[in-house]
Design a binder for this molecule. Structure first.
Ligand SMILES: NC(=O)c1ccc[n+]([C@@H]2O[C@H](COP(=O)([O-])OP(=O)(O)OC[C@H]3O[C@@H](n4cnc5c(N)ncnc54)[C@H](OP(=O)(O)O)[C@@H]3O)[C@@H](O)[C@H]2O)c1
Length: 324
């Protein structure tokens, strides 16, 4: 095993205060690393949760860095042996594509300039499954890539992340950086941060009365703690290379809503009907074997969903029952 943080080896996590970034920081601190996190506003109250993590006082520092500001990245990566590039806009706004793509190019180049050895890039399942020509029988695995033209028509977030992953691979190979990629599905679980992020909003929207119908669609899901462990595992195992699909299960929206109903029976679910009367979309087959081979055990999604719901309620993101 490589780099198990003996002697407090220093790594940097971009987007440290976000949902996945915070879990990656927590996991790395628990494993003994000295962690430098980046945020665009490190002194903001929205990043204060990081200081409460175990080991943070002794081994966590926060730096300003914007992925479009090359110099800020260089300063943040100075002295680090590894970088976890988590930061990215999570948005379908096409104007933010350059932030994801150019930002990733900047990260790889700044890392290479500063002598960083290994970069873990947080891609997404959206860089895998957006392919209109994939047959329903195909087992979705790391060999699958989203089709950029199809993404342009359907989802600019998937476009941005697919293009960013391609740029990361190209630049890393040019600059001699070891690149390993984690591709999480829709990530659920407890939020360490106080603000709500888009994948948790996906769940909250079923409970806040804003939706009356749900889509006839399926999605892949995974627990935030498993995503964080996956980042650490691919970093630490010297044999790890290429892409790692991080997905625990596939659920149709109706199954997800039924699970929420069972876990939270006291809460009225306003979103009861499918938006069309077509045949139910069937789940696709997938493989998470590569991560299981590295030793990752996936958390049952019901547990992740339970933690999401409790956290939404505790942090005040759900309306009182009476207002629904
Ligand atoms: N949650 C999921 O379901 C999921 C699934 C697959 C992949 N991912 C990927 O995981 C990563 C984190 O997403 P998340 O779910 O944790 O969402 P999030 O909480 O919104 O985190 C996004 C992070 O990106 C940072 N960021 C955005 N624009 C930036 C810029 N110009 N420069 C520097 N940092 C910037 C934000 O930093 P500030 O704090 O400075 O705003 C924030 O920390 C993203 O790469 C996303 O594509 C997420």
């Amino acid at each position: 095993m490589m780099a198990k943080a003996e002697g407090g080896k220093m790594v940097c996590v971009t987007g440290a205060g976000g949902f996945i970034g915070s879990w990656v920081v927590k996991e790395l601190l628990l494993r003994g690393y000295a962690v430098r996190g980046t945020a665009r506003d490190p002194s903001s109250q929205k990043n204060s949760h990081l200081q409460k993590l175990e080991g943070a006082k002794e081994r966590l520092s926060l730096n300003y860095a914007d992925v479009m500001d090359f110099d800020s990245l260089s300063v943040a990566f100075n002295g680090c042996e590894g970088v976890f590039h988590v930061a990215s806009p999570v948005s379908v706004d096409p104007r933010l594509v350059p932030v994801a793509v150019e930002g990733t190019k900047n990260v790889i180049n700044a890392a290479a300039d500063m002598g960083v050895r290994r970069v873990v890039f947080t891609s997404t399942f959206g860089a895998v499954h957006m392919d209109p020509n994939r047959s329903h029988d195909t087992v979705v695995d790391e060999s699958c890539w989203s089709n950029l033209e199809f993404c342009k028509q359907k989802d600019w977030y998937c476009y941005a992340k697919t293009a960013a992953e391609m740029v990361a691979a190209e630049q890393a190979s040019k600059r001699g950086i070891q690149l390993v990629v984690v591709l999480p599905a829709m990530t659920l679980g407890q939020m360490l941060q106080s603000t709500i992020n888009p994948s948790i909003r996906h769940i909250a929207d079923f409970l806040n009365g804003s939706r009356k119908t749900h889509r006839n669609a399926v999605a892949g899901y995974v627990d935030a703690r498993d995503v964080a462990r996956a980042h650490a595992l691919v970093y630490e195992d010297p044999k790890a290379h290429g892409r790692y699909l991080c997905i625990a299960t596939v659920l149709h929206r109706s199954e997800l809503i039924q699970m929420i109903r069972e876990l939270f029976p006291q809460y009225p679910i306003t979103c009861n009907k499918c938006e069309d009367s077509k045949q139910m979309v069937q789940p696709f087959k997938f493989s998470n074997q590569r991560l299981r081979d590295l030793g990752l055990t996936f958390t049952p999604i019901k547990e992740s969903l339970y933690n999401t719901l409790i956290c939404l309620r505790e942090k005040g993101h759900l309306p009182p029952y009476s207002s629904l």
